[in-house]
Design a protein around this ligand. Structure first.
Ligand SMILES: [Zn+2]
Ligand SMILES: [Zn+2]
Ligand SMILES: [Zn+2]
Length: 111
């Protein structure tokens, strides 16, 4: 799924947190810029980025819960997700809740 996200800049520089949060719309980014206070400004990214969702419960990796945490490369995904308790199974990912299990996918009960 190709999505071009928005992120926030500070004094014209991209933020340099470990996990940079992305927003789906400029309005969302602007709203959070207000929360962080000026001089944060929304900036649209150049291209689509990668997101990861759990192959079991479809939970999207989103540590911050205020926006989306996305990745620039699969290498970055492979490095970061295990640190957050995610497990790789071939080329699919399973979230910590589902790793802990047990899950009943038919009843949509996880962990
Ligand atoms: Zn993004
Ligand atoms: Zn899951
Ligand atoms: Zn599950």
């Amino acid at each position: 799924m190709a999505n071009t996200c928005w992120t926030l800049t500070h004094d014209g520089e991209d933020l340099t947190h470990d996990l940079v949060v992305h927003y789906a719309t400029e309005a969302q980014a602007t709203e959070h810029a207000t929360v962080y206070g000026l001089p944060h400004k929304p900036r649209q990214l150049e291209g689509p980025c990668l997101s990861v969702d759990c192959s079991c419960c479809a939970y999207v990796f989103d540590e911050d819960e205020e926006g989306f945490v996305h990745f620039e490369s699969t290498t970055e995904i492979e490095q970061l997700l295990p640190e957050h308790g995610w497990k790789c199974d071939g080329d699919i990912w399973v979230c910590p809740t589902c790793v802990a299990g047990p899950c009943d996918r038919e009843a949509d009960i996880h962990g």
